[in-house]
Design a protein around this ligand. Structure first.
Ligand code: ZN
Length: 681
């Protein structure tokens, strides 16, 4: 495992990566004031609410509330973590990342210079070109026949990247050598092996499928046997684990499925490459397959990130779950067994969204499409049944419950499954359902389940007692995964009614802090110094003001600080709860702008350019906001003092209050004068 990416590299990538370019790949951006607007890639919308500020490198969606910097964008877009986002951007800008080994003496240790990730990607990409081209060769006839026999046309094979690995054993090695790849690179990419008489191809005489990541880059291959005398007996083989390819973290078809998965919150997990092809061709474009391994926790993480549903396997924040589905198709006689294994594998919330689809006669989706056509494949997925129902019914079906012995047997067999359901409301529901189906009374099955739970050492609480309090956040925060924690943080930030812009006070404070974050040079430092915590009425903006104070106030005149560095320092100081608010302010459209030419120049210069000077219009606007805020806080304070005064008897104390009021009135006058006389330059 490689170590940490060195911090300088993170900064380097941040300054190289042009947010405008990166987002433009997916979203058409149109200039709108100092911002660029487009349709949000993260939620369905018809009018643009996705705002991008290339000047400081932050984006925000006013529809779904997501926001962040260029790394957050790539994380969100690709469904990857920070590290992968970094690597994706590094690849894009042809930058070689440096890794640091954790805990080896003092300081970091440079990783030994080996074959780089980028070279491995290039080797895999070239190998895919080679395999795909070979499918048309004379030798590949059996491969073409196999694919045609599964009702795949030539165009289908091209779409899914089907290829052919020649029998000879050296063709790919020769091809890659001619393209300038070293044997070491081929071996590390899992494309070749070293033998006593030199390197030879890893895949020989097989049909191949490219296994890609979410962005469509080839990481490795799956290959099916064609010839009886194949030296490898296994019907399917895959790239061995490499720096790029980890069999527990790849899903064949994810690059083609991810868009629909994101949109529909559904993913279909099938068992083979040809099943993925059959599903997509039949119109089920959310299908993916694991590659030479069973669906595991790492796969589940990818699915959660893509479906981007915090309810899925993480934590239920609001309301009932709606529509998220993870559908497993199982074929053959062992379907029930495989489903039962899943039932024990994941946490309850993931499982309540899990469905099982089993076709008649144990057909897989590929065979189903051959026999019954595309509509049958779509129906198979549509009619998928909840996992627990499927597992429990499969068990009960093994017994003849017309007879008492059958009933007892079924109850005994089903109890261990029920006992392992972690969600207590589900245990109860399914116990009742199962009791009904078997024909035993609920109380007796409950006894069996409780006994089973004791035997399994499951916590000895009374699962059938009435649910005291539905506590959706009952799990300890430290047990949550990052996605769930993120969801909570986001949720809280949004719960602050941040979108109530009809309120004039709210709007003024929001606009002021927006200007502070985006155009800090628009403020007169002296006048800005008149603000204090009491100037703010909206807690969230008071907090952001504190953040500005904590980083040392507005950037000093003449400092070379860039817009990106300014906002980033605020985001970092803000911490996880407040960062989304700062990010939103950074990308929020403002009613005044510098002239378009300045904006264009700024975009071209990128986020590393020093903070630009404010335009006259911007200064006026900043001034007005500041005055409004200071004036409003004076007015509030005066009203407060008046109220206090009423409660006082005539005398010294009352007189002091009166003096306070007159001082405040004077202050108001000064604020107004400042604007109209010398405030605006
Ligand atoms: Zn959105």
């Amino acid at each position: 495992m490689a170590g940490f990416v060195v911090k300088e590299d993170i900064d380097k990538i941040r300054s190289m990566a042009n947010l405008y370019d990166v987002i433009s790949d997916d979203v058409t951006l149109k200039p709108s004031g100092s911002q660029y607007m487009g349709l949000c890639p993260f939620h369905d919308e018809k009018t643009p609410s996705f705002s991008v500020n290339p000047t400081n490198g932050y984006w925000h969606c006013f529809g779904c509330g997501k926001s962040g910097d260029v790394f957050a964008y790539v994380e969100e877009r690709e469904g990857v973590d920070f590290r992968e986002a970094l690597e994706i951007l590094a690849d894009r800008y042809h930058y070689e990342l440096h890794y640091e080994q954790p805990s080896r003496g003092q300081g970091g240790m440079q990783q030994p210079k080996g074959v780089t990730r980028v070279r491995l990607l290039e080797a895999c990409s070239e190998a895919q070109n080679f395999f795909a081209a070979q499918l048309a060769s004379k030798e590949a006839l059996p491969a073409r026949q196999l694919l045609a026999g599964r009702k795949f046309q030539r165009a289908d094979c091209e779409r899914f990247g089907c290829g052919y690995a020649p029998l000879g054993g050296h063709e790919l090695v020769r091809h890659l050598s001619a393209k300038g790849f070293t044997i070491e690179e081929m071996v590390e990419a899992g494309l070749a092996r070293k033998g006593p008489s030199g390197a030879y191809d890893y895949f020989r005489g097989r049909v191949t499928w490219p296994i890609r990541d979410t962005t469509g880059r080839t990481l490795g291959f799956g290959a099916r046997k064609l010839y009886d005398d194949d030296r490898i007996a296994a019907k399917y083989i895959n790239t061995p684990d490499t720096k790029l390819y980890h069999k527990n973290q790849v899903l064949y078809g994810i690059d083609m499925a991810k868009e629909t998965v994101r949109k529909t919150h559904q993913i279909v997990i099938v068992e083979g490459y040809t099943d993925v092809m059959a599903c997509h061709l039949a119109g089920v474009t959310t299908a993916v397959a694991t590659c030479g391994t069973a669906f595991g926790e790492e796969h589940a993480k990818i699915v959660r990130r893509l479906i981007a549903d915090e309810k899925l396997g993480a934590i239920q924040l609001i309301g009932p779950t709606q529509g998220s589905r993870v559908v497993f198709t199982f074929d053959g006689d062992s379907a029930g067994q495989k489903a039962a294994l899943r039932a024990f594998q994941f946490d309850g919330r993931f499982l309540t969204q899990t469905f099982v689809a089993v076709a008649h006669d144990g057909l897989d989706p590929c065979d189903l499409r051959i026999n019954d056509g595309d509509a049958a494949v779509r129906a198979l997925i549509k009619d998928a049944r909840p996992l627990y129902d499927f597992v429990i019914d499969t068990i009960i079906d093994r017994f003849d419950t017309q007879y008492t012995t059958g009933q007892v047997g079924a109850a005994r067999a089903v109890a261990p499954i029920l006992a392992r359901i972690r969600d207590r409301s589900l245990v109860n529901a399914y116990t009742r359902k199962a009791a009904g189906r078997i024909g035993v009374d609920v109380a007796s099955l409950q006894q069996d389940v409780l006994a089973e739970r004791r035997r399994q050492g499951v916590r000895a609480e009374d699962i059938y007692a009435p649910d005291p309090q539905r506590a959706p956040m009952s799990r300890e925060p430290q047990q949550l995964d990052a996605a769930a924690r993120h969801a909570i943080v986001r949720g809280d930030a949004l719960n602050q009614n941040y979108y109530r812009v009809d309120d004039a006070v709210f709007s003024t404070e929001q606009q002021l802090m927006g200007m502070v974050v985006q155009v800090p040079r628009a403020f007169d430092p002296v006048q800005f110094g008149n603000l204090n915590e009491a100037s703010f009425r909206i807690p969230v903006f008071r907090d952001v003001f504190d953040v500005v104070q904590a980083v040392g106030g507005l950037p000093p005149e003449g400092s070379p600080m860039s817009a990106a560095a300014w906002v980033t320092s605020l985001v970092q100081m803000a911490g996880p709860m407040l960062a989304p608010v700062v990010e939103q302010l950074a990308a929020m459209p403002l009613p005044v702008v510098a002239d378009q030419q300045v904006i264009e120049q700024q975009r071209e210069a990128g986020p590393d350019a020093p903070l630009r000077a404010a335009s006259g219009q911007e200064r006026v606007y900043a001034q007005q906001l500041l005055v409004n805020l200071l004036d409003a806080s004076c007015v509030r304070r005066i009203a407060q003092i008046r109220a206090e005064m009423k409660a006082l008897p005539e005398g010294e104390a009352k007189f002091r209050k009166l003096a306070e009021i007159s001082a405040l009135e004077q202050q108001r006058q000064q604020i107004q004068d400042f604007v109209f006389n010398n405030g605006v330059r």
